[in-house]
Design a protein around this ligand. Structure first.
Ligand code: ADP
Ligand code: RBF
Ligand code: MG
Length: 380
């Protein structure tokens, strides 16, 4: 007779991966490889990213040396790029939701470990640029402190041992496939937060796949739930984006009856890559027309499976005409949900209207309404 698994897992501690999970390391890796491959007359095209994510430095270097036919050994390549990486550590940003997660677990007395395939020295240096991180982890283990890195379970088993916890009481949060494999081999629960877009279907071994740390629901694991959601919205550090309204996919008003005023993504690729895809809201300023409530999606619009990450702001106002070419300024103040696919166009449309209602109500709260007066919105 099979016994049904209880819904609530009895998780007592959390083991976190660093690069790609808590830190936005991807951009740095791309920049460093662009420079170092350039010295060999090669051009980094980003395609190898998949082969690098979650690997040990030696494995990653071997993949690049082989793929680009470099006239050096992986060890030599590592010694060439290491100083370039060290120079960049101070520039690596925390991923959205990382600080929130660490503070929340610490405040609630949930023990945390950091387990990364990177060498220990690099881990210590990287986290030193983030306030309060070092003191939040009871245990920190680098790939050079175990015999075999992820996907071997060794690093996670060692983390559990040092935390004095059973593996079954550990929840791992990981962005990479080798990390997920390692966590399952260690017989731990694992949440995958894939750092590369459109990869979630590969993470079948994970116990849960989420889009970003903003989507964590810790109560599912028997951990204290986040207490910062306000009326179905999550306040975020506000961020700003603006520019002339350009032509989009020509779909918003025609196919959905929901016009979205698109901005050029070319000028903002860094800003866009910093923010997880999802549905957000805030305020929109149009120089000649005023300031309006706004709800938008950021991402690849899974229903349409776009090739490009775009932002799709819907201004919550009935305009009598188009405003292509006009300067649009946005302040994004809160998060609603991840982007998802829908079985039908009707269900996508219904969900966007629900997002509209959530945003309209939330933007009247002082917490969010104060940004209506932000000078950025008028300064156009
Ligand atoms: P596109 O694919 O070119 O973005 P859409 O069908 O999404 O076309 O329509 C967007 C355009 O509609 C905007 O650029 C703007 O000029 C106009 N528009 C009219 N009302 C709105 C609104 N409430 N929110 C956003 N854009 C609107
Ligand atoms: N597209 C999706 O494929 N999935 C979504 O979950 C989704 N959510 C959206 C939420 C809002 C508030 C808005 C304005 C748009 C959303 N869209 C979503 C994007 C929609 O597909 C897009 O506006 C059209 O493709 C227009 O190009
Ligand atoms: Mg549009």
């Amino acid at each position: 007779m099979s016994v049904a698994k209880p819904f609530r897992k009895l998780i007592k501690c959390v083991i976190l991966d660093l690069d790609g999970t808590l830190l936005n390391t991807d951009g740095i890796v791309g920049n460093v490889l662009k420079v170092s491959l350039g010295k060999y007359g090669k051009e980094w095209d980003g395609r190898e990213t998949l082969k690098i994510v979650g690997k040990t430095p030696f494995e990653a270097a071997s993949a690049v040396v082989e793929d680009y036919g470099l006239p050096c050994s992986p060890i030599e390549f590592i010694s060439e790029i290491s100083p370039l990486f060290s120079d960049q550590w101070c520039n690596i940003k925390a991923l959205p939701g990382a600080n929130r997660l660490i503070k929340h677990l610490k405040r609630n007395g949930v023990p945390m470990a950091l387990a990364s395939n990177s060498p220990r020295e690099g881990i210590d240096a990287k986290i030193s640029f983030h306030d309060g991180w070092k003191d939040s982890f009871s245990v920190v283990i680098g790939g050079d402190e175990v015999r075999t890195g992820k996907p071997s379970p060794e690093i996670f088993l060692e983390a559990a041992r040092r935390l004095s916890m059973e593996p079954s009481s550990c929840l791992v949060i990981e962005d990479s496939l080798p990390g997920v494999t390692a966590a399952k081999a260690a017989e731990m629960e694992v949440i995958a937060v894939p750092s590369l877009p459109k990869q979630s279907h590969l993470y079948t071994a994970a116990d849960e796949v989420i889009n970003s740390l903003l989507d964590l629901q810790l109560e599912k694991w028997g951990l204290p739930s986040f207490a910062d959601w306000v009326e179905a919205t999550l306040p975020i550090d506000p961020w700003y984006i603006g520019g002339p309204v350009i032509k989009g996919f020509g779909r918003g008003s025609k196919v959905l009856g929901i016009p979205t005023a698109n901005l050029s993504t070319k000028d903002y690729s860094d800003l866009l890559s910093e923010h997880p895809s999802g549905v957000y809201f805030g305020w929109a300023g149009l120089s000649a027309r005023g300031i309006f409530k706004m709800v938008m999606s950021i991402g690849w619009n899974p229903y349409f499976d776009n090739k490009e990450k775009t932002i799709e702001p819907w201004l919550l106002h009935d305009f009598t005409e188009d405003f292509y070419g006009e300067e649009l300024r946005l302040v994004i103040v809160g998060y609603i949900r991840p982007e998802v696919n829908f079985p039908s166009l009707e269900s996508l449309i219904a969900k966007i209207h629900e997002d509209r209602r959530v945003a309209e109500r939330a933007l009247d709260l002082p917490l969010y309404s104060c940004y209506k007066n932000d000078s950025y919105l008028r300064n156009s």
